[in-house]
Design a binder for this molecule. Structure first.
Ligand code: GLN
Length: 445
């Protein structure tokens, strides 16, 4: 019944939303039947889920939102897919996204944009825009997204749902199509915090197939949701409520801070002195890693081939036709930052600033339990509003990127409306303390 309802809802709404790149109707119905026969006893039994299209799904097309992978069907499941299948969840389809995760509005999908269910003339955020829209529109019970610089949290904020980016290393990246390997992390988008805890419980944990996966014990996240945050020490970086943050966003976040105080928490202002360099740092490091990761799409091992006169010509034609403009821009930026003569000036320098940003957070976490602020400086913007100016688009991730560079766990929870559009509250925790992040989010929610 759950799957029937999910498929019906997709049928009814997805022409307008474009959240799905592929609906696996037949597979979903077959799995539902098997789960029924087995008595639906598993923890996530038969819950319909959508999976971002950069997560490998065995025998189901996986394009990462790119034309270059337009015909790519993985022969194996990502670890997170294996784990969710064991927990009984049922995938109804693959979700639209910005090509290879590069974008903040879903307008960089190689196929079609996603629209925000709250207002179809607005973007759902990105790059997990399909995931956020699908959950917001009730097409699926939950979705998996990936977050490199904000791609789970910002779309969750724009669509009024919950989005959790776990600590780097908490969830296996095996089977995730790489964008920037030192930042990429998979996490859930859900309708509420309790669901996020249950999904994290299913996907977290060490995986010997991912060399950056952390061998750190997981806990029962759903048991952490006690509602009690008396005495909690909350830090609010002044940089997150400064210039450039829309008034409506500021007001709602300040309102949320009052709720924390009423719940017995102590809220204090702090500073992240290096946060102002985070966007610049991210736009050196992530394209550098991307330029290396995307070298594999050469029309030989991966990628839809366009024939040429010789090998080099074939590479050129394949990559020219297969990649979109933003992906090409990042490959050029990254190749430049890594080239000899510039490597020390850009890449090495950016790595040093990354360490300073990490240290800013470490200093705060010596005295506080969580860091709180807006997820995004604005609510969902109009489609087309920022497409002609990549820098304005990049600046939209100003609140999420510092957290990504520090590798910390963070959640976005809905925090009221500004002019009828959802605002997101970001709660950031200490490394591997997803339990605390979830507990605080749940108490606030
Ligand atoms: N919007 C950011 C970018 O374009 C972050 C994307 C992400 O987290 N995948 O890189």
């Amino acid at each position: 019944d759950l799957v029937d309802a999910s498929l019906a809802r997709i049928q009814e709404t997805d022409d307008k939303l474009g959240a799905f790149l592929k609906v696996d109707e037949e597979g979903a119905r077959e799995r539902a039947k098997k789960l029924d026969e087995a008595g639906n006893v598993l923890p996530l039994a038969a819950l319909p889920m959508g999976i971002k299209d950069n997560i490998s799904t065995q025998n189901v097309l996986t394009t990462a939102g790119s034309k270059i992978l337009g015909e790519y069907t993985p022969v194996y499941d990502a670890t997170v897919m294996e784990k969710l299948t064991h927990a009984g969840a049922n995938m109804v389809g693959k979700l639209n996204m910005d090509e290879f995760g590069m974008g903040s509005s879903n307008e960089n999908s190689g196929y079609y944009p996603v629209r925000n269910p709250w207002d179809l003339s607005r973007v759902p955020g990105g790059s997990s825009g399909g995931a956020a829209a699908a959950v917001a529109a009730g097409q699926v019970r939950f979705a998996l997204g990936s977050d490199t610089g904000g791609s789970i949290r910002q779309p969750a904020a724009f669509c009024g749902v919950v989005g959790l980016k776990p600590t780097y290393g908490r969830v296996s990246r095996y089977g995730l199509i790489a964008f920037a390997s030192s930042l990429d992390q998979i996490g859930p988008l859900t309708a509420n915090v309790e669901d996020a805890a249950h999904v994290l419980e299913a996907i977290a944990g060490f995986d010997h197939r991912d060399s950056t996966s952390a061998n750190v014990d997981t806990v029962q996240y759903s048991a952490a949701l006690t509602g009690d945050i008396k005495g909690l020490k909350v830090a609010v970086p002044k940089e997150f409520l400064g210039e450039g943050v829309a008034d409506g966003v500021k007001e709602n976040v300040k309102q949320a801070l009052k709720v924390f105080t009423e719940l017995g928490a102590e809220v204090e202002e702090v500073s992240l002195p290096h946060a102002e360099y985070a966007v610049a740092t991210y736009y050196l490091l992530s394209p550098a890693e991307a330029s290396s990761n995307l070298a594999r799409y050469d029309g030989v091992r991966f990628g839809t081939r366009v024939e040429g006169e010789n090998l080099i010509d074939m590479y050129c034609r394949t990559r020219s036709a297969g990649f979109g403009d933003e992906v090409k821009r990042r490959i050029m930026l990254g190749t430049y930052a890594l080239s000899s003569g510039y490597y020390d000036a850009y890449y090495v320098k950016a790595q040093k600033v990354r360490t300073l940003i990490q240290q800013d957070f470490e200093g705060i976490f010596n005295h506080y339990d969580v860091v709180v602020g807006p997820t995004s400086p604005t609510t969902a913007f109009k489609m087309g509003e920022k497409t002609s100016d990549p820098l304005t688009m990049y600046l939209n991730d100003i609140c999420t990127i510092p957290v990504s560079l520090a590798g910390l766990p963070a959640i976005s929870v809905p925090c009221g409306l500004a002019d009828g559009l959802p605002v997101g509250l970001q709660i950031v925790g200490k490394p591997f303390d997803e339990a605390e992040v979830l507990k605080v989010a749940h108490a606030y929610e």
